[in-house]
Design a protein around this ligand. Structure first.
Ligand SMILES: [Ca+2]
Length: 411
């Protein structure tokens, strides 16, 4: 059966008409927030509201005059702050990320919000120090990437959290340094929070938050929103999976680990006997040469044939027939219950560098692990600059006329 569309956006009909505008590609101007580190002033710029400042050894109520509060910013962002009834960076007045790419420098030692001490996506991690909230809105599906400039071993340790609401109960993803996640149209929050070590020391201090967004709802690489029914018996943490009616589904587009798959025999390769290779590397060099000649793609190929015996298969035999040479180099598989038609085009994207491939689905099913969202041929990983189980984006392309192989996703 056809894969279900979860939302109307860009769903299978080419209607990827969501505005691109300011949340577009990385060529957009960098929006630099005020370089000041001030987050702790109240509405009139007067007294600090930091009576629970972390590293202060004085008794309660002591003012931390050493925080960077000497220069009240003159810019518009600060003007908004002074007009607000709630301090900037609190849940009630998050710092606005108005455009991507984005960078912002602040200091959690000067932050005064202490609304979250633990997040649902890592409940055992002590985030009891002060945090700074941010907010952004996206109008199309895409990959948001967040990073803090954490230096291992120093006195500052702030962590980054992606949230659907500015509290600890709506955490999508978190990391101590960097994360990428697929978000659908809507409003999201970011919390940069101060980690507290086992001795109770709050590792507050200066940080730079950087954020980027790769749109996936428009342009040549537009993908549909599909929930893909998987063979998984459970949903693994860290994968955008959900259960419904006893079935497990993967939200796509999705980001997660993607394995490196072995090669599949194509119709252009003859073998004696039963017509299949007799060993893992039987005439594999001929396959490499044929692949390179058919695609023009040069790479150091090292993978063997797909294993013998998985589901009763021969060496190099996939689940969905022999892919043509032009598709085999770029094949993709998922552990889908409803395998798409042979050659169905999926996007495989590395959000870290923007490289992408139009991949050929429908020829294979797997991997079995529920901690990987799919697998791709070694040529795909080669082009994307990634390796076995690196994080990639998989999605079902709207444009099914695209040739298999590398694609430039810039509109
Ligand atoms: Ca906190």
């Amino acid at each position: 059966m056809a894969l279900a569309c979860a939302l109307a956006l860009g769903c299978g009909d080419g209607a990827a008409n969501v505005e691109q505008t300011t949340t577009g590609h990385r060529a957009d101007a960098v929006l630099i927030a005020p370089a000041d580190t001030l987050t702790g002033e109240d509405a009139d710029g007067g007294g600090l509201v930091d009576t629970d400042a972390p590293a202060d050894t004085a008794p309660d109520g002591a003012e931390r005059e050493d925080v960077a509060d000497t220069a009240a910013p003159e810019d518009t962002a600060a003007a908004t702050d002074t007009a607000a009834p709630c301090p900037l960076g609190h849940a009630c007045n998050p710092v606005v990320i108005a455009a991507f790419p984005y960078a912002d420098h602040r200091d959690t030692a000067a932050a005064t919000s202490r609304e979250v001490a633990a997040y649902g996506c890592a409940p055992a991690t002590n985030e009891g120090g002060a945090e700074v909230f941010y907010v952004f809105t996206v109008t199309e599906v895409g990959v948001v990437s967040l990073a803090v400039d954490d230096v291992a071993g120093d006195a500052v340790d702030v962590d980054v959290h992606l949230l659907t609401a500015p509290d600890g109960d709506h955490c999508l993803r978190r990391d101590n340094r960097a994360l990428s996640w697929v978000v659908r149209p809507g409003t999201y929050y970011v919390a940069v929070d101060t980690w507290v070590d086992g001795a109770g020391a709050e590792k507050a201090g200066p940080y730079t938050l950087s954020a980027g967004f790769v749109p996936l709802g428009s342009g040549p690489c537009a993908v549909a929103l599909r929930d893909v029914r998987m063979f998984w018996s459970s949903c693994a943490a860290g994968v955008d999976c959900f259960e419904d009616g006893g079935q497990r589904y993967l939200h796509t587009p999705s980001i997660g680990p993607v394995v490196k798959e072995a090669h599949l025999v194509t119709p252009d390769e003859a073998f004696a006997g039963n017509g299949w290779p007799t060993a893992a590397r039987d005439q594999i060099d001929r396959h490499y040469a044929l692949s390179e000649a058919a695609t023009g793609y040069h790479a150091t190929r090292t993978e063997p044939w797909a294993p013998f015996g998985e589901g009763g298969s021969q060496w190099g035999q996939g689940a969905g027939g022999k892919p043509p040479l032009a598709a085999e180099s770029w094949y993709v598989n998922m552990y889908w219950r409803d395998r798409p038609a042979a050659g169905y085009r999926l996007l495989v994207l590395n959000p870290a560098n923007g490289r992408a491939v139009v991949a050929a689905g429908g020829y294979e099913t797997g991997p079995g692990s529920n901690t990987a969202i799919g697998g791709v041929a070694e040529e795909v990983h080669d082009h994307l600059g990634t390796g076995h189980r690196d994080e990639l984006v998989l999605g079902f392309l709207v444009d099914q006329s695209l040739p298999w192989g590398p694609i430039d996703c810039a509109p």
